[in-house]
Design a protein around this ligand. Sequence first.
Ligand code: ZN
Length: 333
Amino acid sequence: MRYDDSPPPPESASSVSPDRPWYTRRSTLAVAVAALAPTALAGWVLTQVLTGSGHDGQPPGPKALPASHTTGAAAHGGAGDAKASTTTPSPVASASASASASAPAAPAKGPLAGRTVVIDPGHNTGNFKHTSEIDRQVDIGTNRKECDTTGTTTNSGYMEAEFTLDVSRRTRTLLESKGAKVVFTHDADRPWGPCIDERARIGNEAKADAVVSVHADGVSAGNRGFHIILPATVKGGAADTSKIVGPSRDLGERIAGNFARSTGSAPANYLGSGTGLVVRDDLGGLNLSTRPKVFIECGNMRDAKDAAQLTSPEWRQKAAEGITNGIVGFLGG
Ligand code: ZN
């Protein structure tokens, strides 16, 4: 990062707290990662150049990489907008929705009562059919960038946008059961988008206590595991993340620990030096947020082993549990 007050980079093993179970394996893991990182990173850089895939159309994580090239199908959009579809029932959420409907006047109970969480399902399954709309540039404060991107798919065609919506809905059900008010940036209730600046605005306007943008990565096979993307300190135009960098890191670390515990997945082996944490300054959804916010890349859709997990409803439920527990921990529930 070129910002003097940037937080320690994710490559630093000290960037994670020592009180979470998967960290107990970290010393061994760190050694292994330290040994593998140079070659893994070199390979990753090469595949990025060859495939042009990556989050938000740009190479994730490693600061040494140029953050300029854009991509096609595997590009990621960032956080987004929509009409806050807080109460839109979904098949997954219908049980809790009907249960709560029996006591409409009762205040929410549970550890997250009074808290608002915005969940941002990355991309939109309709984006593939609306490329002209999502390709238009929007202002992300520090730069201009595409409104949204299509997201990636597994090799068999399971769309990232399907995955993100499913995990988000499962997460909503769990959060609501703990008393939270949950706002979605979209809920398959619009043909495309929202744009990344809109996605950020929804979290801001909801005065969210925490915002999580759900994604899965699309890099070459052999790259595995999850990672959390944290906002860098950026300032420019409407972007000023100085107040959210600290709490967002806390949120991200808690989700990383809980996600690893719930799913059994390891932190990504291709970036973040085994911490599962990456800081980025090029995502509009983070740059424009005024609320604590992270992205989670739940796995690599282009790796067969990761894809087997991502396409499993049982695994997605575990993913939702990990995200939820991280949010609960962050909010002190
Ligand atoms: Zn994505």
